[in-house]
Design a protein around this ligand. Structure first.
Ligand SMILES: [Zn+2]
Length: 485
């Protein structure tokens, strides 16, 4: 920034976002009420694709075989900047915005209780502001905007990376909602392998001739026991957790098929892979013990997320410039009420942004954007669209998501995102610096996708759950049309 303040290009982009605050809010709320779980983000992708197509982006869907994977491109040549984020909700997470107690919009239905609806609104508004500044000021470059399905199942971006969608990208930016306005660098999340172990046996009457059957559920149970014993030998950062997805249908029929779905995590991709390999051995042993056969299906596998230091410094400056929203007394009141209801300290909304500190502390959580961050320098922006400290996937984390808190946070986030990209378009030497820090940060680690080369993504495992609810949820959709002016 010069002593005269931000460049005209950046002021212009901020103005685009500001004068579209209503569109940002409507987009945020529309996606909130769609409440679509992973791989079922059809309404969301439809709306976002329409908006970006209308804006002049060329839009393709079906990226990497995901019907709800979207890539919108604008511009030609380079530098190539990618924006990417998620837009999925969670099962059973329906919550009425503005209610400081658990009040589902549609009881039992899926809903947003983290804020991926706002993630998408920020990315779209940021992309539109950047694109208009590129046009207005003839800034060279190409924007690649990805809507990545099924983040909650850690699913899509490793496939995007494996399939080469980031091969021509110079720098990438990921935006995510939070309770503060901040960025980080270093490794923030863990690596993870998501895999299903399917045991096949033989069904028979459980009372009259059980000796003729082979119980697939026994395979699941023995694998679970084996994993429980193995926990003693896991290193401290390793995590293994599971759900039994098929366990038979009624007690008097020995289950011929049973399955268990595991997540294996560690601080490194290699550690997560080794834990998975151990689990595979345990499962093979379980199958041997129970006379069943085993099929292992890797659903997804992600690398830990890392933030690039050069891009973090860039984002930090743009966060400061965009500034924390001015919260009203009513917003502060609501935030405190919500925090109290969630059993938290009533600290209210943050009054200022969180300046960039040293490298991040790594957490056990994962995000499927991790793979991107090992192939290109990636910056991560946390925008203040939710109430601080509310636990994600809990009803309290859904209560602010279609209120003025999320709206203001999204506007601030879109400005910081657009500003960061415009800085790069104005001064491409930032890319060279980011690539240099990237090389130092990744050192001698060689990225290799944990997903088998020929693996096709699963695309339908949430369909039945979504179809159960969609009609009832449709009654609550936002009627007003989203329009960027
Ligand atoms: Zn998330």
């Amino acid at each position: 920034m010069s002593k005269n303040g931000p460049a005209a290009e950046k002021r212009f982009a901020h103005d685009v976002v500001e004068k579209n605050s209503k569109a940002v809010a409507l987009l945020n709320d529309s996606i909130f009420y769609f409440g679509e779980i992973g791989l079922e983000e059809h309404e969301t992708v439809g709306l976002v694709s329409d908006l970006l197509r209308k804006e002049g982006f060329s839009v393709e869907t079906g990226v990497s075989g995901f019907p709800t994977g979207m890539l919108a491109t604008f511009g030609e040549g380079g530098p190539v900047i990618a924006l990417h984020t998620e837009c999925d909700a969670n099962p059973e997470n329906s919550q009425t915005p503005g209610a400081a107690e658990q009040t589902p919009v549609t009881p039992g239905a899926p809903g947003h209780c983290e804020g991926h609806n706002s993630n998408a609104a920020v990315m779209v508004a940021g992309a539109i502001a950047i694109k208009r500044a590129m046009e207005r000021f003839a800034l060279p470059g190409r924007l690649k905007v990805f809507l990545a399905p099924a983040e909650e199942q850690l699913l899509s971006r490793p496939y995007f990376v494996r399939d080469g969608y980031f091969a021509d990208v110079d720098c990438a930016f990921h935006d995510h909602i939070g309770g503060d306005f901040s960025t980080t660098y270093g490794v923030t999340h863990s690596g993870l392998v998501s895999a299903k172990f399917i045991f096949h046996g033989e069904s028979v009457h459980a009372a009259t001739a059980p000796w003729k059957g082979r119980d697939a559920l026994d395979g699941v149970v023995m694998m679970d026991m084996g994993m429980a014993q193995y926990r003693e030998h896991m290193t401290p950062a390793m995590r293994a957790h599971r759900v039994i997805t098929e366990g038979g249908l009624q007690p008097n029929v020995i289950p011929g098929r049973a399955s268990i779905w595991w997540y294996f995590r560690d601080s490194t991709a290699e550690g997560a892979r080794l834990l998975f390999e151990q689990a595979r051995k345990i499962a093979a042993g379980a199958a041997m013990m129970t006379n069943t056969t085993l099929e292992v299906e890797v659903l997804s596998a992600v690398w830990p997320v890392r933030g690039n230091k050069t891009l973090a410094e860039l984002i930090d400056g743009n966060i400061e410039l965009a500034g924390m929203p001015d919260w009203t007394e009513a917003e502060q009141e609501f935030a405190k009420k919500l925090q109290t209801a969630a059993g938290l300290k009533a600290s209210g909304l943050k009054l200022s942004h969180t300046p960039l500190k040293g490298p991040a502390v790594q957490r056990a959580a994962a995000n499927d954007c991790g793979d991107v961050s090992w192939v290109v320098p990636m910056g991560r922006l946390t925008f203040p669209g939710n109430v601080p400290e509310v636990p994600f996937h809990h009803w309290s984390a859904g209560a602010a998501l279609a209120t003025s808190i999320a709206h203001k946070g999204a506007v601030a986030g879109a400005k910081a995102l657009a500003g960061s990209v415009i800085d790069i378009l104005l001064d491409p030497s930032i890319i060279a610096r980011a690539k240099e820090t990237f090389r130092a940060e990744t050192g001698d680690v060689i990225y290799k996708s944990l997903i088998p080369d020929d693996q096709k993504p699963p695309v339908d495992f949430n369909r039945a759950e979504m179809e159960k609810w969609r009609d009832r949820m449709r009654a609550h959709y936002v009627k007003e049309k989203v329009e960027f002016v």
